[in-house]
Write a protein that binds this ligand. Structure first.
Ligand SMILES: Nc1ncnc2c1ncn2[C@@H]1O[C@H](COP(=O)(O)OP(=O)(O)OP(=O)(O)O)[C@@H](O)[C@H]1O
Ligand SMILES: C[C@@](O)(CCOP(=O)(O)OP(=O)(O)O)CC(=O)O
Length: 307
């Protein structure tokens, strides 16, 4: 490793993903292993996305991270697990132009500075943790020359936030829950790429940019502990729905795709209500939008719904 005070950095941009069959509930809180498979659509890269720059330099005295311009702590197990997993797979890096040579073994001693920015509200129900952790893992893997395919990287991003594993791929993505205790088979796979259904349009209506009162992590923990509907959903409902959704995506069957998406979203919110104490993620505007869409789907013309 050269001794002069150089900085070597990488920037990556990662879109968020919206689940059409929801992940809600963990069977292992530490490794972040879900109680059911889920399917999502990854948004176009320049829409709702995270941009993360990771830098390494012998001048840095400790790992530090800034999220949306404010320093945050990296001491939590989610950040630590991602950093450890990536460092453990780091390769040699050589930049002839700058005269930088980092050997595999050097990564353990070098510190990182990470700056990340979401171009949409953070922790407001728009999957910022998905884009955020996927981008973190992807940019660190590039910086440290990690030679792993996206599915292996997805298993690392999963340890930051479950939904993040699905943002390592574009298009339509399935997170297979897996059955192994160590979580090595709980990875994301691409069902169809972004070109497969390119006239599908996703409209994101931001009904509130306020931070949610109950985070996904604690909300799903409470649902696992108290909701009987969650157990029924995970065992009886989702496995069949996953197969139907895969078929709908394969055939670009819009009617089935939207019917399954709406039904699954409604059941997710029903599980939240079945949780003790109940969790409310929707507001009056969300309910009005649901009515509007339902009316729209049943009518020929534009429905007359007042907001
Ligand atoms: N760009 C980012 N880089 C790293 N971590 C991030 C980033 N953005 C968000 N996070 C982490 O994710 C947390 C928010 O996750 P949370 O699941 O509560 O909300 P959300 O992902 O926006 O919503 P939802 O999961 O309901 O769609 C933040 O508090 C932060 O710890
Ligand atoms: C409703 C959801 O968006 C919940 C996402 O939960 P997170 O992935 O944010 O939870 P943690 O794994 O605890 O970080 C559904 C989904 O994206 O599948």
């Amino acid at each position: 490793m050269a001794t002069e005070k150089w900085v070597f950095m990488v920037t990556a941009q990662t879109p968020t993903n919206i689940a059409v069959i929801k992940y809600w509930g963990k069977r292992d809180e530490v490794r972040i292993l879900p109680v059911n498979d889920s399917i999502s659509v990854t948004l176009d890269p320049d829409h709702l996305c995270t941009v993360t720059t990771v830098a390494v330099s012998p001048a840095f005295d400790r790992d530090r991270m800034w999220l949306n311009g404010k320093e945050i702590s990296l001491s939590g197990s989610r950040y630590q697990n991602c950093l450890r997993e990536i460092r453990g797979r780091a390769g040699d890096v050589e930049d002839m132009e700058k005269g930088i040579k980092i050997r595999k073994k050097d990564w353990e001693k070098l510190n990182l500075h990470i700056a990340s920015h979401n171009n949409f509200p953070t922790a407001a129900g728009l999957a910022s943790s998905a884009a955020g952790f996927a981008c973190l893992v992807f940019s660190l893997a590039k910086l440290m020359n990690v030679d792993e395919d996206p599915s292996h990287l997805s298993a690392i991003a999963r340890q930051g936030s479950g939904s993040a594993c699905r943002s390592l791929f574009g298009g339509f993505v399935k997170w297979t829950m897996g059955s192994k205790e160590d979580g090595s088979d709980s990875v994301a796979v691409q069902l169809a790429d972004e070109k497969h259904w390119d006239d599908l349009v996703i409209i994101i209506a931001v009904v509130s940019s306020r931070q949610k009162e109950t985070s996904s992590t604690s909300g799903m923990r409470e649902s696992v502990e108290t909701s009987l509907l969650l157990q029924h959903r995970a065992k009886e409902v989702v496995p069949k729905r996953i197969l139907q959704m895969e078929e709908a995506i394969k055939n670009r069957d819009f009617a089935s795709f939207t019917q399954l998406t709406c039904t699954d979203s409604n059941q997710f919110h029903a599980v939240c209500l079945d949780t003790s104490p109940p969790i409310f993620y929707m507001n009056d505007t969300s309910h009005r939008i649901i009515s509007l869409v339902e009316k729209w789907n049943r009518s020929e013309g534009t429905p007359q719904v007042k907001f």
